[in-house]
Design a protein around this ligand. Sequence first.
Ligand code: NAI
Ligand code: MG
Length: 336
Amino acid sequence: MQLITLIPGDGIGPEITKAVTDIFAAAEVPVQWEEQNAGQTTFDASGELIPQALLDSLEKNRVGLKGPITTPVGKGFRSINVTLRQKYNLYQNVRPSKTTPGIASRYADSGIDLVLFRENTEGLYSGLEMYDEHNGIADSIARNTVVGARRICRAAFAYAAKHGRKKVTMAHKANILKVAGKVMLDAAQEAAREFPQIQYEEKIIDNMCMQLVIRPEQFDVIVTTNLFGDILSDLCAGLVGGLGVVAGANIGDDMAIFEAVHGSAPDIAGQGKANPTALLRSALMMLHHIGEHAKADQIEKALHLTLLDKSKCTGDLGGSASTSEFTQAIIGNLGK
Ligand code: NAI
Ligand code: MG
């Protein structure tokens, strides 16, 4: 039994994590959950945003599944997501977007199958921020290190090589960001030389956005900085059915935390409307990570069968089923 740290999170978090644990139990997946929470709910109850017990659990188990977290707005609260990613050097944020039969999108027939590698610890999210109140000057510094740029670019190429992918696109703004941008570009070119069998191209981020909207099927693996990756991944989610269906993983050399791209969705929290597909797909990435490929494939098949029946799907997918009805339908399809 592999122990996994389970962080239910805030908002819709508990509803969608329950969907995943129910499906895993029904499929008899050999994992054992160790539940530890963080975020707004935990803060309201205990005054702690990230309890030490959660960190201890992650450091012991080295694998986590995390629901979305609300960081309280106000001075002195750093984003919990950013904190965990930086503390544990989870430098790869891997976000696949793929068109799936049954999931409506205006690109449904275009065969999108791309994987975004977002640098996850540096760039504009380094936390190097200053406000000079006297002069009204705000600085948010984008810090990219050579080590940080090299490891994310190399990871993108290594993934492409391992998974039979053909091309890596570096999305950047090195024409304007002469220093931080160039470090990323240099690192990508270096990785490209190491993997000559993988085609390599560079696109300036603004053009990249347009290209993604006009002809998304031309992209395969994309590698980019923290902020650009954050924005592009929501754009890519929109291409293939929205935030309710795309998975994500925060991966380092010795720890990985799997989580959906979306947030805590306060507008629909507690109403049984949340789509658990995104977190379930993140949990399937986790199963591949720990070597449980057969279980991952079995659950994915049941999910895909369920998605074909609109009446069993949640509202964001055009259906009217609740989170738990959708979950039960997936469980019902496990043996098929
Ligand atoms: P959001 O992703 O929570 O919601 C955006 C829209 O997508 C909403 O209309 C929501 O109802 C919908 N949506 C999201 N997930 C869905 C699902 N599984 N099923 C159906 N509909 C879904 O983004 P928003 O509103 O900008 O952020 C809300 C909170 O989440 C903020 O406090 C933010 O900081 C936090 N957040 C946390 C993240 C994390 O923990 N990884 C990531 C992004 C935001
Ligand atoms: Mg985001």
